[in-house]
Ligand binder design. Structure first.
Ligand SMILES: NC(=O)CC[C@H](N)C(=O)O
Length: 468
């Protein structure tokens, strides 16, 4: 049966929609009866036939939260110092809400197309250029994120090893050289994890990574009550004065509710970067057991909410520890405390957390590259391993040659992050969901609720009876 084409010229995957919404057109009457009751059992009805996922809800939450939580958290206290507490809370809340909403748009679009892949949504919306655009933005963004993680390893790990071993700072030992340490961490920890065939296997390492971040948060809160005002603490004065230039001594230890200065605008890309997880949402959806949109939206909402709370607490307590003296890379602000064992452990925990996030971030890049260059080719281990290895080599070279992390945050946060969070999900959705199925200002198009299956059936059946 032929369906009317939508007026916007976009090819609408009618067949896919009917099949993916209603799974099996050939179902027996009993099955259909079970399928069509007023309250469909969402838990057991999968819309998708592209992949049978086996990852549990909990593991998926770990994986998604781990993707959200990354180096972005280290810039939040700095963002708060430049916006003030109230503006920051408003910004953090809005971006978290927008991020969850755009995940909803991605999930709905994937439900219509019947394929859970960001690149395929691009393809459906704009043809081949859309697919290439999505793949490029994901690749650039995730390479940027990976670089920022490995950069933390390069700059922090030598410090940690040096302090644990009690070695003098420029003893020239190879194990105190960040460049070698990045390569070793990439080969020993990241590469084996990146070679896993499915993201779901990384649930345990993601759980470990999140535990490290919880430890980081607890330590930041604890330190707030242990570090005096930065200027009083002469331990901290020296490195801090190098990083921060022109604050008068009077207002250094005063929390500001609203701040407006030349760096206020930096807060937006920092917070936007902190909430990016969109390239990983569909791969995680694909591996979710019983993958209904409602279940995946639950994974997303829980992850965004949990990370929102962690971000807020880290930023508030980080800011209230150092006030205007907080550095753009939060861990460096504790530099004067380098002999403090708690801070050393915190550094180690953050290092572990970001290192364990790198493999999760590699998955979407590999998927994007394979979609562009080897579309329709069956899975191949040699290709799978070579892409991961090639990516790691490339990012290692990048990290070894860049001088500081701030520029990565700035560029990625201001370009690819908003594109992935706000722009692409929105335009893909508008192009993919035809207006005759859902008007732009319709409730389901705005609300985070799936259109009931019966309603879809009605719309699709009405269309089917239309002119041929
Ligand atoms: N995939 C990603 O880009 C993750 C970025 C992550 N939100 C961070 O803060 O580091």
């Amino acid at each position: 049966m032929e369906l009317e084409k939508p007026s916007n010229g976009v090819h609408y995957p009618e067949q896919v929609t009917i099949e993916t919404r209603f799974h099996d057109a050939e179902a027996t009457p009993e099955e259909r009866e079970e399928f069509l009751p007023h309250k469909p059992d969402e838990q057991n009805q999968s819309q998708f036939t592209d992949f049978v996922g086996k990852t549990s809800l909990g593991m998926s939450i770990f994986n998604l939260s781990n993707t959200i939580m990354g180096s972005g958290v280290l810039g939040l206290a700095y963002a708060m110092a430049n916006t003030g507490i109230i503006l920051f809370v408003i910004l953090l809340t809005s971006i978290a809400a927008l991020s969850a909403y755009s995940i909803h748009l991605l999930l709905r679009s994937a439900g219509i197309v019947g394929i859970r892949s960001y690149e395929q949504l691009g393809n459906r919306a704009f043809g081949a250029p859309g697919k290439v655009l999505a793949a490029c933005v994901i690749t650039i963004h995730n390479i940027g994120a990976m670089s920022s993680y490995l950069f933390i390893v390069k700059s922090e790990l030598p410090l940690v090893i040096q302090n644990f071993m009690g070695a003098p700072s420029n003893s020239g030992e190879w194990y105190l050289n960040g460049k070698y340490l990045v390569i070793i961490a990439s080969l020993i920890i990241i590469l084996p994890l990146a070679l896993m065939r499915q993201l779901g296997y990384l649930g345990y390492t993601s759980g470990l990574s999140l535990t490290c971040m919880v430890f980081f948060l607890i330590s930041v809160i604890y330190k707030k009550f242990n570090v005096g005002c930065p200027l009083e603490d002469h331990n901290l004065t020296q490195p801090l004065t190098v990083m921060v230039n022109s604050t008068s001594e009077d207002d250094v230890c005063e929390a500001k509710l609203i701040t407006y200065n030349s760096r206020t605008a930096y807060a937006i890309p920092i917070v936007a970067f902190a909430f990016v997880c969109h390239p990983e949402v569909l791969p995680i959806y694909m591996e979710l057991r019983k993958p209904t949109m409602k279940r995946m939206q639950r994974v997303a909402n829980i992850s965004v909410l949990a990370m929102f709370v962690m971000y807020l607490l880290t930023a508030v307590f980080g800011y209230l520890t150092f006030y205007d003296k907080v550095g753009s890379e939060f861990l460096h602000t504790y530099k004067g405390d380098s002999a403090d064992h708690l801070i050393l452990c915190v550094r180690l925990a953050v290092l572990m957390a970001v290192t364990l996030t790198v493999p999760v971030v590699i998955f979407p890049i590999r998927r994007a590259l394979l979609q562009i260059f080897f579309h329709d080719k069956p899975f191949n281990w040699v290709r799978h391993i070579s892409v991961a290895f090639g990516l790691l080599v490339f990012v290692n070279i990048l990290v070894i040659s860049i001088p500081n992390i701030k520029d990565i945050f700035g560029v990625i946060g201001a370009t690819s992050a908003p594109t992935l969070i706000f722009i692409l999900p929105g335009i893909f959705y508008i192009r993919i969901v035809p207006e005759n199925l859902e008007a732009l200002n319709s409730r389901p198009k705005i609300q985070v609720h799936p259109l009931p299956q019966e309603q879809y059936l009605l719309v699709v059946m009405t269309q089917n009876q239309g002119p041929k």
